[in-house]
Design a protein around this ligand. Sequence first.
Ligand code: NDP
Ligand code: HSE
Length: 436
Amino acid sequence: MKKKSINIGIIGFGTVGAGTAKILLRKRKELERKLGFPMVLKNIADLDTKRDRGIKLSAGVLINNAQAILNDPEIDIVVELMGGIHPAKEFILQAIRNGKHVVTANKALLATEGHEIFKAARENRVDIGFEASVAGSIPIIKVVRESLVGNSIQSIYGIINGTSNYILTKMTEEGVDFASALKEAQTLGYAEMDPTFDVEGIDSAHKLTILASLAFGVPFSFKKIYTEGITKITPLDIQFASEFGYKIKLLAIAKQAGKDIDVRIHPTMLPYDHMIAGVNGVFNAIYIESDATGSQLYYGRGAGEMPTGSAVVSDIADIAGNIKTGAADRMQRVNIPAHSGLRIRKIEDIKTCYYLRFSALDKPGVLSKISGILGSYNISIKSMIQKGRKIEKAVPVVMMTHEAREKDMIQALSRIDRLSIVSEKTMYLRVEGGEN
Ligand code: NDP
Ligand code: HSE
């Protein structure tokens, strides 16, 4: 007897949609052998049905109306790969209400509207797969939600935006300027529709919202995540960081701090020998410390057509298997975290080490004024470099500090920046992987 297929409809035939379709169609037989039943890509909906996406589809598969997929009683799984908030949200809710399981790569939507979507899925007993929403090809959602379920996670440090890592890597290794590195990342299909999401840390914050919620049992808290991007990083800071033995990375951090958790995105100095410091180009990596396993590093491509398509297909296969075994909505039972009661600590209350670059006049007494103010806020200097000699002109004075409280640092810097001997706003970066 012919085995009944699982029917799939994709909405959005862009970078990820095309990658997903390529895997589903080119590996149809292999997937059937692995799963034990066929999966059929019944329709793909996109506004533009003429553009070449690098794959040939059978007649009638590509349509221009998402409604035909959402209302087709034969479609079991709707795959939303159009991006954006509206109408993606309405499409997903409609699919759920129609009893369809959903797969999405849309971290912006989940981070901001996830509560409503997961609630609807629970009520309608359907699955939501979102592996592709964080770190592209790296199966980190499965790891945090399922594989590490027997662990209490203490910290997660990650590079989870390929575009900004690509830019920082190019700036570090080739001295390329910010704008041309961004342009290249956009051409390669890594950047979001709005690239400010990548370079201002917003895309990382979307992803960290999802990870932190799964790892620490906190509600989706996108608005509470401190988010700072890479646009103010200069070649000078990259060079000084290297002289002190550090690399600058846009880091997503979620870590337990007593009864609180720190959840933040910012450019971070990491010692050269930290495993995450060696993650370059468009690659993503997530470093997890948990009680039973100890440290683990997950590494791979975080964006792009085929790597992201691979994550989407893994969700489709999981859900298809659940449907076939009568366990549909199995993923729902593990992906809505029980609330742990942990609170997200305000950025002013974090404690970390800092890199400070002052632009200060090169004249006697300057250093003692700066260090005096730092000392009065309990900030202790670990090491220092001053470059150049320009009598009575501003030169960069760079310091690394021991651990200090952010609130103290902000107050000290605001006093220092008002001194007449300081010519520009002081640049500061947080440092991880050392004494803290
Ligand atoms: P693209 O812009 O390449 O593709 C989106 C596609 O959806 C476009 O072809 C667009 O058509 C189409 N579309 C827009 N509105 C509709 C609609 N109403 N009905 C049908 N089709 C529509 O985006 P990506 O593939 O890069 O991203 C898709 C999702 O995956 C996003 O949520 C993104 O954040 C996420 N993601 C992307 C990754 C990547 O590497 N690119 C990695 C991980 C996640 P048109 O262009 O004609 O408007
Ligand atoms: N714009 C994202 C990135 C795509 O650069 O990582 C993957 O989510």
